[in-house]
Design a protein around this ligand. Structure first.
Ligand SMILES: NC(=O)C1=CN([C@@H]2O[C@H](COP(=O)(O)OP(=O)(O)OC[C@H]3O[C@@H](n4cnc5c(N)ncnc54)[C@H](O)[C@@H]3O)[C@@H](O)[C@H]2O)C=CC1
Ligand SMILES: O=C(OP(=O)(O)O)[C@H](O)COP(=O)(O)O
Length: 341
């Protein structure tokens, strides 16, 4: 069993812990928090040993009825691989600790590519992650872009991608985030970080991205245009998407035309936390004009899509499962991911 520690039990960390704990070849040996609170209670309820970044705060946890297993440093020593899901920019500072104990580590998309020197997406470069010491799972939007671009490029060839990301303001529990009443260009400049981040995984893709933030919490929405090298039909693209286990297709018959209805759908499907791990591609938006000009809208659930990728990244770095196909199938089966159709 691969012993996994999750440093930072927040939006992503708590989902990674649950996804890891249901894999046949992995176990959670600990998760970490900085303060006692609802998530710490849940970690305890789930039976995850809880470690804390600052051991001098142990009394505050004990007083709140939460048992502390030790310090983050002690947790790291017990792990084979650490998933660092601390807030963006914090994870970089933890690298010295992982180096000190020679532990493999995975960072999430809030960190720069350079922290790990390798950026990961299971559908794109699983095999290159095998046995690695460090990796970064690219951000949620970048993950959604990489999945669809890789598929289309491998069949038709992609000459150029233009993509605009309409990003959610904060996660549903992030009460301090915004905007409340604005459309914020984030960044004002072009490209947004997503294009260069796609290239950190797929270096040969010519891509320009732009992004804005809007007052919603549920999901992001992408508008993507791909100029193809070889002609395609809408039907061919739909068939390819249907054959990809992490690309969901939202059919007209569902009546779903928004992130809100999509989230309701995944909740009604009794997905854990209503998570949409796959891209939500709107079948009706998919258009191929003049044979080589592909357009589509896709919804990306920011809290969920990187979770399954992180599980595959752990497996690749551990080194026993040699193909993306095998790992993706194991991960999907364990969490219960059958892409929506
Ligand atoms: N929330 C999202 O939509 C997505 C986030 N990401 C990335 O995932 C990473 C984590 O983000 P979130 O889960 O949203 O953050 P979060 O703020 O929800 O959770 C971070 C957790 O880390 C803990 N923490 C803070 N400082 C710590 C420290 N020094 N040591 C140990 N734990 C510490 C906090 O208590 C909190 O539980 C970031 O790199 C972010 O950019 C990637 C995709 C989507
Ligand atoms: O990885 C994400 O978005 P991104 O792909 O736009 O960087 C997550 O939604 C986190 O974004 P945040 O930095 O707005 O919390």
């Amino acid at each position: 069993m691969i012993k996994v520690a999750v440093n930072g039990y927040g939006t992503i960390g708590k989902r990674v812990a649950d996804a890891v704990s249901c894999q046949p070849d992995m176990e959670i040996i600990g998760v970490s928090k900085t303060k006692p609170g609802a998530e710490a209670y849940v970690a305890q309820k789930r039976g995850y040993p809880l470690y804390i970044a600052d051991i001098s705060k142990k009394d505050a946890f004990t007083k709140a009825g939460i048992q502390v297993a030790g310090s983050v440093e002690e947790m790291i020593q017990k792990a084979d691989i650490v998933v660092d899901a601390t807030p963006g920019g914090v994870g970089e500072g933890n690298k010295a600790l992982y180096e000190k104990y020679q532990k493999k580590a995975i960072w999430e998309g809030g960190e720069e590519h350079e922290v790990a020197g390798f950026s990961f997406n299971a559908s794109c470069n699983y095999e290159q992650a095998i046995g690695r010491q460090y990796a970064r799972v690219v951000s949620c939007n970048t993950t959604g872009l990489c999945r669809i671009i890789k598929l289309i490029d491998s069949v038709f060839g992609v000459k150029k991608v233009r993509a605009t990301m309409v990003r959610r303001g904060g996660d549903p529990g992030d009460i301090k985030r915004g905007p409340i009443d604005a459309i914020v260009l984030n960044p004002v400049t072009i490209p947004s970080h997503h294009g260069p981040d796609v290239q950190s995984v797929l270096p040969n893709i010519n891509i320009i991205t732009s992004a804005m933030i809007v007052p919603t919490t549920l999901m992001h929405m992408h508008f993507i245009n791909m100029e193809l090298k070889n002609p395609a039909t809408k039907e061919q693209v739909i068939e390819l998407i249907k054959a990809h286990s992490r690309l969901g297709l939202i059919e007209k018959s569902t009546g779903i035309t928004s992130t809100a209805q999509l989230k309701e759908f995944t909740s009604d499907l009794l997905r854990p936390r209503g998570d949409l791990w796959e891209n939500g591609i709107f079948a009706d938006s998919l258009s191929v004009l003049d044979g080589t000009d592909l357009y589509l809208f896709q919804a990306i659930h920011q809290e969920a899509d990187v979770v399954v990728e992180t599980v595959d990244c752990i497996r690749a770095m551990a080194g026993d499962v040699k193909t993306a196909m095998e790992s993706i199938a194991m991960t999907n089966k364990a969490v219960g991911l059958t892409a929506i159709r």
